[in-house]
Ligand binder design. Structure first.
Ligand code: GLN
Length: 389
């Protein structure tokens, strides 16, 4: 057999998604891959049932159905503080996963460099490999996950084509302040670099923190490619609806990349999701309250057990410190945790460029009863896990 591609030969499967399969195997409460186990809003499901009997079974326009783009433009215009043109400034994609890949393909050539903050969401590594670009990693330092401006500028001095910004951040829960965004923006302007954002947790932010859109900073609309999705906002991760918002010159190319990658996102699902895009502000307030309560419940449970952890400002992940168990390999820890304790988690090493093996990631986008069950199981973590000292 001829050799397979060099580009993909070092790929592993996604550890995040593998841990869902491991959780299923051991019947563990799956707090690994981040997705809810509660229903999407009823209005979306009702509309979806109707749509199955209407005329939405063929391709929509490749860059997204007209009414979907119009509803999205109206919603995001309010949030981003500028009038977004549904025809020239949006591409609808198969999840933010495709949006990010298409954004990277739109702005880079093989050999180009891309700044990625570490810890980072697993897919960005794969995005750089698939596009033939090279990541420059810049560390975020716990507990606040702040960057060092000199280190960031040193990365910009290597003439990257783009910087990837996950805000609110998966996995560390950081919500970048306006001041931090301004530092990044100033460097992006100074070194003539694009910023590709991943803002899928834009509506999951805990008071007093607030989400600021990079594209809304002065001078940044021109060089920001904003990627996001409906997955987390409407609890529909399986619908795979995402999008890119950017100036028309960038969108022109992104439309073509997207067209050749996937042709388009599922037409019936776009139609049903328009209902969600037209929700009023009260929905987003309700969502935020819901996650605020879940965060409280879960963090309190972990504090009662007495394991130290990060406190997210946004998104729905926490990193648990597992140093006390003495494992050298956090992946092995996660397998044992699923098997012996019955809780699925993602090893921290999946997110860090640095050699970090003492953290695991859990998420709390689950029904209260699921979270309580996970906490009940975690109460026995010290008696059930082996110690590797
Ligand atoms: N963003 C989610 C996570 O980090 C899942 C994303 C995915 O698997 N596509 O767990």
């Amino acid at each position: 057999m001829p050799a397979l591609s060099n580009r993909t030969k070092d790929f592993t499967d996604s550890v995040i998604r593998r841990m869902t399969r491991v959780s299923m195997k051991y019947d563990a409460v799956n707090l690994s891959q981040g997705f809810p186990d509660f229903d999407p809003p009823k209005e979306l499901l009702d509309r979806l049932a109707e749509v199955s009997k209407e005329d939405f079974h063929q391709y929509s326009i490749t860059w997204g159905a007209q009414n979907f783009r119009e509803a999205l433009a109206e919603k995001q215009s309010k949030l981003m503080g500028r009038q977004i043109d549904p025809n020239g400034e949006i591409v609808v994609t198969c999840g933010s996963t495709e949006a990010m890949m298409a954004a990277v393909m739109t702005v880079t050539d093989p050999g180009d460099k891309i700044i990625v903050f570490s810890p980072f969401y697993e897919n960005y590594g794969a995005d750089t490999i698939l596009s033939g670009s090279e990541p420059i990693y810049v560390p975020l330092y716990p507990p606040e996950f702040n960057f060092n401006t000199d280190e960031l500028e040193a990365a910009f001095k290597q003439h990257p084509k783009a910087l990837i910004l996950c805000n609110p951040s998966n996995p560390c829960g950081k919500v970048f302040t306006r001041e931090e965004l301004q530092i990044i923006a100033d460097l992006a302007v100074k070194y003539d670099t694009f910023v590709i954002t991943d803002e899928v947790y834009e509506h999951i932010v805990y008071a007093p923190y607030k989400h600021t859109y990079m594209a809304s900073l002065p001078g940044m609309w021109e060089r920001t490619i904003s990627c996001s999705s409906l997955s987390k906002t409407y609890s529909i991760t399986g619908w795979r609806l995402g999008y890119i918002i950017a100036p028309p010159e960038i969108i022109d190319t992104a439309k073509k990349v997207h067209d050749f990658l996937t042709v388009g996102a599922a037409a019936p699902l776009q139609e049903a999701a328009v209902t969600g895009l037209r929700f009023g502000d009260d929905y987003y307030k309700w969502l935020q309250d819901k996650y605020t309560r879940k965060r409280e419940l879960f963090l309190k449970g972990l504090d009662d057990i007495g394991i130290s952890h990060t406190v997210p400002q946004g998104a729905y992940y926490i990193m648990l410190d597992i140093s006390e168990f003495g494992y050298k390999d956090d992946l092995e820890f996660c397998y044992d945790l699923a098997k012996d304790v019955g809780v699925g988690a993602v090893p921290g090493s999946s997110f860090f460029r640095e050699d970090v093996n003492h953290l695991i990631r859990l998420h709390f986008a689950k029904k209260d009863e699921t979270l309580n069950e996970a906490l009940n199981r975690l109460e026995h973590i010290r008696s059930k896990m082996t110690y590797r000292k």
